[in-house]
Design a protein around this ligand. Structure first.
Ligand SMILES: Nc1nc2c(ncn2[C@@H]2O[C@H](COP(=O)(O)OP(=O)(O)OP(=O)(O)O)[C@@H](O)[C@H]2O)c(=O)[nH]1
Length: 316
């Protein structure tokens, strides 16, 4: 067979790129990330501002590999009284996580654009970020009662920023999420994939463990517990060979006051038991291994105000 007769190579070239998901707290960033990645990686909670770490989720679909970077929402609410070290650290994280990405998904709630949203958009229009392609994702479309109002709203958004695309959608609708992936794909640079085809996250098991425990902590304590609580993994050991692997994990739940300790432990230790057993089950699913989980509750007042301690806990 000569070259002229060879069948045409129809394989599309590989695409791969970093995508940041930004938006004010509670707009649906974690929900969207989980849906885009197709498996639960980040944590979601009805409570605002639970995502403090920069989390990557990876999705490989066809020729495209999407590397998602979830960022904490630009902090518009103070933690405790006044501006704390925690807040300053969070704002720095937002900026640095967006600087090196190929594309930004700017999430707002469809039909709304408040002061909080404007602050995040302001960050995106800052020095060094101006030429970055930004897709406006108008999330929670299902919650919009008057669809007719949406068109003028979208027109208004055009005046606020020259967005690359406008995508009204619901993060909890699979078809919408699929359509968004298709749109994002077109903006990924043509280059070889960074990760294996089946990679989901470059975060360690240790990190995922602390995120899952923290999610259970917030879900099961409701609104009582201030979000200035954290989870620190002390011991993390793996024993045995597949398929019989055991992860031995010991974690500290750090709270600010004795009263909070009581809330976490609950009557007769019931609540702490539940946090532990739900986290263990979820970890066993995720790791496909047995998990032995030990939880301790410790009081360290003022931890959110101590930069050195934040570093020790991994908030950089
Ligand atoms: N109706 C509706 N609710 C949604 C949608 N997407 C997210 N939510 C809800 O919005 C709330 C906040 O979602 P999260 O994904 O935790 O929001 P987030 O932006 O990551 O919040 P932070 O971690 O606080 O920054 C949750 O109760 C979600 O279930 C959507 O498309 N429609």
């Amino acid at each position: 067979m000569t070259d002229a007769e060879a069948p045409e190579d129809t394989e599309p070239p590989q695409r791969c790129g970093l995508v940041a998901i930004v938006g004010r707290p509670n707009v649906g960033k974690s929900t969207l990330l989980n849906a885009l990645v197709g498996q639960k990686i980040s944590i979601t909670s009805r409570k605002a501002q639970t995502t403090r770490h920069r989390i990557t989720g990876i999705r490989t679909r066809g020729a495209a590999q999407f590397v998602f970077v979830d960022t904490p929402g630009f902090q518009t609410r103070d933690v405790g009284r006044g501006r704390t070290a925690l807040n300053r650290t969070l704002n720095r994280t937002v900026l640095s996580s967006v600087a090196d990405v190929d594309l930004v998904l700017f999430l707002v709630e469809a039909g709304r654009f408040g002061l909080d949203d404007a602050k995040v958009l302001g960050l995106l229009q800052g020095e060094g970020l101006r030429d970055k392609p930004v897709i406006l994702v108008a999330n929670k479309l299902d919650a919009v009662r008057r669809r007719a109002d949406l068109l003028p709203w979208l027109k208004g958004m055009q005046d606020r920023h020259p967005f690359t695309e406008y995508v009204p959608m619901s993060a909890n609708k699979a078809a919408d999420v699929d359509r968004l992936l298709g749109i994002v794909e077109r903006h990924l640079p043509e280059q070889p994939w960074f990760y294996e085809e089946d990679a989901l996250t470059d975060r360690s098991d240790r990190f995922l463990a602390s995120e899952i425990i923290r999610e259970k902590l917030f879900r099961l304590t409701g609104d009582e517990l201030p979000y200035a609580c954290t989870v620190v993994i002390g011991k993390y050991e793996e024993e045995g060979e597949p398929p019989r692997v055991l992860h031995r994990i010991s974690a500290d739940i750090i709270v600010e006051r004795d009263a909070h300790k009581g809330m976490v432990i609950g009557e007769g230790g019931e609540r702490l038991k539940r946090i532990g057993s739900e986290a263990r089950q979820e970890l066993e699913n995720l790791l496909q291994a047995k998990v032995f989980l030990e939880l301790w509750v410790k009081v360290r007042s003022g931890w959110a105000d101590d930069e050195a301690r934040l570093k020790a806990y991994g908030y950089e």
